[in-house]
Design a binder for this molecule. Structure first.
Ligand SMILES: Cc1ncc(COP(=O)(O)O)c(C=O)c1O
Length: 384
């Protein structure tokens, strides 16, 4: 059950809000940094998961780089003091303005996702009289065994350069004088829980692809294996800190590196997921024809994941201690049938005004929110 550091103060606040457990966030980042040092891995936090300024500042202070997917994410990272050289920039559709901006500020590498993009970056770099650092995101054709919408490394997915175009990519690199080849990039998907098997498969595929480049005499300096480490949405308290050590050990054991080759990763969800809960009050409890609905003052406008992916979040009634258990659907106030945050959940008998915690909402929560139905978005509250 979620415990607030300052419950009296929390009870006076307007809902809904995102409650940031800053102590847990710091402990999570410390655990990740410690494991990354142990295994010699460079981390770029995937800022798309959560762009909150206070988190970015802590990440920056620990010397962690950033993985971006838009020009504004690059800008936001730099505004918050991140070193441009530690920024990598992926995405299947970077606009010319985004590319030129990122090139001018001197990011570490563009993670290029198509042959077409390579040629665009070459022509923009030539026009600006600059050189651009590029890595190639290759689609490794590895099944992440996760939700269809967060799988990115299969033949059907729009991400990365298809394996069959590797030779073409090498030919393009050879005739692009304004591109500096930095390495290879892979990202197979998110919320991966079968860590040892799935990431070992990714490593095997990456190794075969690295070999193709090196046999062609092209040295692969950086190998970026993306993000994807899953979190325990069912047990956020007993598994508050994800298994960074297991993840990094799996990568090191399954991907032999040559001297001078560096391993990089881009975790998002695992860094921030467990550190935030969405706090809401019950507007009313409605008896339906077939179900009983707890109607909250937050919904898919704040937390889209259940409607978008059918994602599971643990839901707790923080005022329900000692009451009998009942079965409910937990829904929001938005005028969409998809605005159901959880179906068939057992909660203590729930009443109007009860405080509800929706757990593990730090990743892909606030960043995906909208003001649909002209609702005021949830604001941020920090435990410290
Ligand atoms: C290229 C890339 N890297 C890293 C990530 C972060 O993944 P996760 O949040 O699962 O760690 C994503 C997420 O979609 C991504 O697209």
């Amino acid at each position: 059950m979620l415990k607030f550091k300052n419950p009296e103060r929390i009870a006076t606040l307007e809902t809904p809000f995102w409650y940031y457990d800053m102590d847990l966030f710091r402990r999570t980042v410390d655990a990740m940094v410690e494991a990354s040092r142990k295994y010699g891995i460079t981390v770029h936090y995937s800022i798309k998961a959560n762009t909150e300024k206070r988190l970015v500042e802590i990440i920056k202070d620990r010397g962690i780089g950033i993985d971006c997917v838009s020009g504004n994410e690059v800008k936001w990272s730099i505004v918050n003091g991140v070193e441009p050289a530690g920024i990598v920039f992926a995405g299947v559709g970077k606009s010319d303005a985004e590319i030129v901006y990122a090139m001018k500020v001197g990011i570490g590498s563009f993670n290029c996702e198509s042959l077409e993009e390579l040629e665009i970056i070459e022509s923009l770099a030539a026009k600006e009289g600059m050189r651009a650092n590029v890595s190639l995101r290759i689609n490794p054709e590895v099944d992440a065994k996760t939700h269809k919408f967060i799988t990115t490394g299969l033949e059907m997915d729009k991400f990365g350069i298809p394996r069959r175009f590797i030779q073409k990519a090498i030919d393009i690199l050879r005739k692009c004088p304004h591109l500096t080849f930095k390495g290879l990039h892979f990202h197979i998907g998110s919320q991966i829980t079968d860590v040892e098997n799935v990431f070992a498969n990714e490593c095997r595929s990456a190794k075969a692809i690295i070999d193709i480049f090196e046999q062609e005499g092209i040295m692969v300096e950086n190998v970026d294996l993306g993000g994807g480490l899953g979190i325990d949405y069912h047990n956020p308290d007993s598994h508050a800190i994800p298994e960074f050590d297991l993840w990094f050990r799996t990568l090191r054991e399954n991907l032999p590196l040559r001297l001078g080759q560096h391993l990089h990763v881009e975790p998002g969800r695992s860094v921030v997921g467990q550190c935030v809960s969405l706090i809401s009050r019950v507007i009313l409890v409605k008896e339906g024809e077939k179900k009983n609905f707890v109607i909250l003052d937050t919904g898919m406008n704040d937390l889209l994941r259940p409607a978008l992916y059918g994602a599971y979040h643990k839901i707790e009634n923080l005022d329900g201690k000692g009451r009998e258990l009942r079965l409910y659907d937990i829904a929001g106030p938005i005028c969409e049938s998809a605005d159901v945050l959880a179906e068939d959940r057992v909660l203590p008998e729930t009443r109007r005004g009860d405080l509800i915690a929706i757990r593990s909402t730090g990743a892909y929560g606030s960043v995906m929110s909208s003001s649909y139905n002209m609702r005021t978005p949830a604001y941020s509250v920090f435990s410290d």
